[in-house]
Design a protein around this ligand. Structure first.
Ligand SMILES: Nc1ncnc2c1ncn2[C@@H]1O[C@H](COP(=O)(O)OP(=O)(O)OP(=O)(O)O)[C@@H](O)[C@H]1O
Ligand SMILES: [Mg+2]
Length: 241
């Protein structure tokens, strides 16, 4: 099998005595959309922090395309695009101008690429408008455009639809589906099980820092009405962990 794009090996993080993540092992392969699920406080954002080299693991390791990532060794992160929380943009600049500013960080990203990602996220028509006039969903899509600018091999998203109204959620969900259809590898943390069910190939369910289920969405759905029912069953049966 090809080398995974992302590999977490026995990844563990304690904040003092608080266990946030323990012994987390998983692999994500090229072209896959991997859903990372879990109730509040399960350890999703902590894991993503370690993937992005923002936090030191207490034990275990993160590898992106075979290279280890730590806060002092982030070379592999050049291949990663991320959207964590609500992205900050200059409100009085247009979407296109904001992206052009960011593009200066990457020598290989030119104005044509900026227009291409605007197109990709469905903002080509409004790229000339000031960001202050964008809806939250549009800002989130602009955040995804920024994450895509440098053609990352892996997109890491921490609840990209958090705080969006149903219209914004649908916008981002459709975009994610399109990106996955284009072959972008995605690691997606989300509470929206319906969305994950539609977009992801495989999922891991995290509970109190530990993986309590992992596998293809289709396998988790066997004998269940939907992913929500499967999720509730898995989380409830692991309460005693
Ligand atoms: N900086 C911190 N210091 C101490 N404890 C922390 C810190 N950040 C997170 N925690 C704790 O670690 C655990 C995992 O938190 P984390 O934010 O990773 O969960 P999450 O799955 O992202 O939750 P949510 O769905 O609410 O975003 C929780 O018990 C949380 O209280
Ligand atoms: Mg979180």
């Amino acid at each position: 099998m090809a080398e995974p794009v992302l590999r977490l090996q026995r990844l563990t993080k304690y904040y003092g005595v608080v266990r946030a993540v323990e012994n987390l092992t998983l692999e994500v392969y090229e072209g896959e959309c991997f859903g990372f699920l879990g109730p509040n406080g399960a350890g999703k954002t902590t894991t993503i922090g370690m993937i992005l080299g923002l936090l030191w693991p207490t034990a275990g390791q993160v590898q992106v395309l075979g290279q280890r990532v730590t806060p002092t060794h982030t070379v592999a992160l050049r291949q990663v695009g991320a959207l964590v929380g609500t992205p900050g943009f200059y409100p009085y600049l247009s979407g296109r101008e904001n992206l052009r500013l960011l593009a200066r960080l990457y020598p290989e990203v030119d104005d044509a690429r900026v227009d291409q990602v605007l197109e990709q996220v469905g903002l080509a028509e409004v790229g000339h408008r000031k960001v202050k006039g964008y809806s939250t969903g549009m800002k989130q899509r602009l955040g995804l455009a920024a994450a895509l600018l440098h053609r990352p091999r892996l997109l890491v998203l921490d609840e990209p639809t958090n705080g969006l109204d149903p219209v914004g959620m649908a916008e981002v969900r459709d975009l994610l589906r399109r990106l996955v259809g284009q072959g972008v590898t995605v690691f997606l943390s989300s509470h929206l099980l319906h969305e994950v069910e539609q977009v992801c190939d495989r999922v891991a369910i995290l509970h109190r820092g530990r993986i309590v289920a992992q596998g293809p969405v289709a396998d988790l759905l066997v004998g269940r009405r939907d992913l929500e029912e499967a999720f509730m069953a898995v989380v409830q049966s692991s309460q005693t962990f």
